[in-house]
Every structure is written in C-alpha cells, then in structure tokens.
Design a protein around this ligand. Structure first.
Ligand code: OAD
Ligand code: ZN
Length: 246
C-alpha cells in the first residue's frame, strides 16, 4: 500500500529548497476557527461587512467586533504539533521558510524564524492614516477601541480585503517561491489571491507540491502528493520517517 508519509518524507529530503505555505487549517487544532466552511469565521462575520478596508473606513468600531473575536482566541492559543514540526525542519535545514496567510504568530511561537506573514500580523496595531505602529496589548485587557495619537482608530496590522499585501512580505515570498523546488501546502483552501498563485508558480517552475488538507482544493490537481488529513497528524507522521532517514 502507498505510504504517503514515507513518500512525503522522501520528497522533502530529496529537495534542495523546500518551503511551506500555510493557512488557517494549520491553526485549527490550536483552537482558531478557519474562515470558510461550516462554522467558519465568515459565517459569523460577513467579510464584506467586517473585513474590508472600506468597511473599516466607514465603521471601524464594527470591524473591531471581528478583531476582538480573533484577538481573544489568539491570546489563548498555543502552537500545535504541526507548527512544531515545521520549526524543527527549519532548524535542520529541511525547509527554508514558511509563507503563512495566518496572522496568529503561532509559527514564530513554535520556533520558526524565517516566516513571511503574507496577510500581516495581529501582534501589531497600525494606523492607516499616519502609519504609526505599536505592539498589540493583550486583547482581553483592551477596554476601549484604541485610537492613534492622530485621532484615527487603530487597526490590527492585518491585511483586509481591498488592501495591498505588505511590500516586504510580497518581495520575500517572491524570492522564496522562485527558489522553491518542493512546496508543502498546508491547511489552506487556496482561494484567496495572490497567495493562491504561489503553488501554481512553483509548479510552473518545475517544483513538486505536497498538499496536506482534509478536503480537496484547487491545489490538489497540481500536487505530486496529496495527504487527506489534519496537519497535526500528518506532519508528525512524515517526521517519523524523516527522523529515521536523517
Ligand atoms: P480557509 O478557511 O479558506 O481554509 C482553511 C482550510 O484548512 C480548508 O481547506 C480546510 O479543509 C483546511 N483544514 C481544516 N482543518 C484542518 C486541519 N486540522 N489540518 C489541515 N487543514 C485543515 O483559510 P485560508 O485558506 O487560510 O485572509 O484563507 C485564506 C485567507 O482567507 C485568510 O488568510 C484570510 C481569509 O479571508 C484575509 O483575511 C485577507
Ligand atoms: Zn495615526
């Protein structure tokens, strides 16, 4: 019988520049809701009402309902086995970096160093008017919606719909993607551009793709290997073979 963990281990070990692209699914078992699907965040908070830059400009207080909901969960969340395995692989040189669409800092808290935060970070607050930035306090302790010194409402430094991807993240992800010969696509529905283009760029450069996701996505069709399961099971499963070989 085909052993997908052993096959994934071989693909990663044979590659020269493996990287991971992660999405909300990798943090699901740390207690964070995914965005799409039943029970997802976008069911409770319609993105057009809570998560666009024009909604924030018109009614920042309403958008803060979403930011508080996400911030509270992030404050309590801990990295899971999947985050930990990726950090271990980076230390061993088996993967070079993680491009994440997540804003929860869980990769860094697990020990990953080379993390590209494609959609920004909840760990900082940002002023869209004057550019001021500060570390986010614990969301539980925020009693009032925070204002900037310039009078504008601050917002977590996350990318809302209608906002550009941060320049540094875009440049870093292009650099990593152009070098990549093996891409692990973990826990993303691969529906939001431009992050969703990354697997297709790697494929057209001749790189191999390993998808880890309980459900099919547009990336499944272009993957060399598909592991239909949760990331906190699959990554330790692959790691058990990597440890035997290295
Ligand atoms: P989605 O909510 O769109 O997709 C989550 C994916 O994780 C789905 O494909 C699930 O099947 C999968 N999944 C669920 N549980 C899992 C588990 N235990 N292990 C592995 N996979 C699991 O989240 P993203 O693809 O990250 O952007 O969404 C991308 C972007 O859309 C987000 O960064 C956010 C959102 O709108 C912005 O807000 C700009
Ligand atoms: Zn300001």
């Amino acid at each position: 019988m085909k052993n997908v963990y052993r096959e994934a281990s071989a693909l990663i070990s044979e590659s020269e520049y493996a990287i991971a692209l992660t999405g909300a699914g990798i943090s699901a078992e740390s207690g964070l809701d995914t965005f799409r699907g039943g029970g997802g965040l976008w069911e409770k908070f319609k993105p057009e009402e809570y998560a666009t830059i024009s909604a924030f400009r018109q009614n920042p207080k309403k958008c803060w309902d979403l930011f508080f909901a996400i911030g509270d969960i992030i404050d309590k969340a801990k990295p899971n086995l999947a985050h930990e395995v990726l950090a271990e692989w980076e230390t061993k040189g088996l993967i070079k970096s993680v491009i994440t669409q997540n804003v929860d800092s869980l990769h860094q808290r697990a020990g990953s160093k080379n993390v590209v935060e494609f959609h920004g970070s909840h760990a900082k607050l940002h002023c869209i008017s004057c550019g001021y930035e500060m570390d986010s306090p614990s969301f539980e302790t925020i009693k009032e919606i925070p204002n900037c010194k310039c009078g504008n409402v601050l917002k977590p430094a996350v990318v809302l719909f209608g906002e550009a991807i941060p320049h540094t993240a875009l440049i870093a992800s292009e650099r990593e993607t152009s070098r990549c010969d093996c891409l692990l696509v973990i826990g993303t529905s691969a529906q939001v551009a431009p992050a969703s283009f990354i697997p297709f760029t790697v494929m057209s450069n001749g790189g191999k793709i390993i998808e880890i996701n309980p459900e099919a996505t547009p990336v499944s069709n272009i993957s060399s290997l598909v592991i239909r399961g949760s990331s906190s099971e699959a990554l330790p499963g692959i790691n058990s073979y990597i440890r035997r070989e290295n």
